[in-house]
Write a protein that binds this ligand. Sequence first.
Ligand code: ADP
Ligand code: ZN
Length: 616
Amino acid sequence: MYDLPDSIPNPPALDAAREVLRRTFGHSDFRGLQAGVISELLEGRSALAVLPTGGGKSLCYQIPALVRPGLGLVVSPLIALMADQVAGLQQAGVAAERLDSNTLPDERAEIWRRIDAGVLDLLYLSPEGLMQPSMLERLSRLPLSLVAVDEAHCVSQWGHDFRPEYRMLGRLAEVFPHAPRLAVTATADARTRDDIRAELRLQGAAEFVDSFARPELALNAERKRGKGHDRVIELVTERPGRAGVVYAGSRDSTEKLAEKLIAEGIPALAYHAGLDKGVRARRLEEFLEADEAVMVATIAFGMGVDKPDVRFVIHADPPAAIEAYWQEIGRAGRDRQPAEGITLYSSADLAWAVRRIEAKEAPDEVRQVQLRKLRQFYAMLEGVTCRAAAVRRYFGEEGVERCGVCDLCVSPPTGVDATQAAQKALSAAHRLGGRFGRGRLVDHLLGKTKDVTPAEAAMSTFGIGKEFSPQGWRDLLDTLVFEGLLKEDPNDGRPLIGLGEAEGVRQVYRGERLVSLRQAPAGVGDGGKAGGKARKRQALTVPLEDQMLFEALRAWRRDEAHTQRVPPYVIFHDATLAEIAAARPANLAALAKAGGVGQGKLDRYGEAVLKVVRDN
Ligand code: ADP
Ligand code: ZN
């Protein structure tokens, strides 16, 4: 699915870019499609790039902005995202700033002074900030190296992150006709890519779509069992000493879950849009700076949170499409060290999501697309083959292989034919006429209904299901709901269960459609193979003999980050510290060889790091 220009033009310019990559960012060579995207911009042409999370999207515009003359503009949807990137760039010695609603008048004046003097290389702006007429007017008089639109999928109303203010960015083409434009995102199926092209006037631009593979991510999904969030608490307490994110469906449940985790001794923080802005900012900062902390959040938390060492993302409640799923889960393991994504879901979640989409005030076509995306997502959750492969195929990748680390790869479920039992359940649901919940339906099948009416006791389906335990029937009912054969009406929290899609039900009655039950494979945390294997992969692998030094380097980094009030990872990533701990460099030249140590950081921290190495 690569769509590359025939040859990579103008190698000298690319050489200059590679030199910046080495000197400023401390990386030895380009990764994936970076070189292609960067060449395109260096030639002054626009491009659309879809690279996976952690794939190095930001360098695709940062480096051309440094190599080409003029100021590079970067449009980004969130202040947190801009703040992080600008802090990282400044650490590397790059002249980068951001202008947003939090910028003080004095700072603003100073930034403009540097822009007018031509000494600023990168300026980060929100879409609404950039599109103000006075801003456009001022910027259009300057030489620009490029205009980059980050998280470009926000422009598409098919996506899950639609931001109306992104629509204004279509005008960039006419306002800055001479600047090449780059749209970048981590998630965009073919349709969203078309939307991005149309909205941002990128019709002629080269398209770079990298593989969506995230080999460091072990995916797991399991049906919710038992009451409340006990399973989530269990999953989190089984993963101590790490940074993680738990997504929950409501503000209230984030608070309750965080409380319960704190009671278990886990440093948990709740985060949602209903919290005071200051509280949110403090908690975000605390999370970013911590080596271990669990953020329990609604989806208000996430986009632009680039903490590289998040080791797990748990969905206490599931999202509603693969795009959102991939983006949320994708926040684990950005440093490419092993990480986990675990999703808990139920047929009730599906029913609620359907209800929400149906109640939306959107064109019918949009609702249909969203319902289809919802079904495709649950088909993946309920699927029997590799999850990562299913996701990648969904995004249009071809020739995808099994990941080997998801729960379905590690312990493939064996299907058991349950067509006969399904027939019983469907006809019982039919007889009961959709007036009862699943508990009552199960009791009916088992012949255990309390205070049963004579009419119900006389039904031919009453007590015909002795072959399964109550839990067995619940599992089967879930399967039937997931397959659309039963339909659950949320009924304000007391769901009623009735027959689903008529043709499908008929086919099951006639035995033309088989229903197979996934024999519950050992779950993630219940001592099964999947859990054990996944857990062993998690920690960054620092050999025993390097661990003392590694920890000493982390302690030094913590102090340094604290003094400067920046997140530790903008100073050095764990992977860089691990490399230093292994190499034990004796001088600056040796230290410069570690990945992530560019000239700026070498000047700034080189001696201090060498001292930590000598002393430990
Ligand atoms: P994303 O695509 O998720 O925005 P980033 O641009 O934040 O990714 O990059 C993710 C990480 O990968 C960063 O720490 C960055 O320094 C690192 N990185 C990017 N490009 C390279 C490269 N060519 N070689 C090594 N590391 C790289
Ligand atoms: Zn797999």
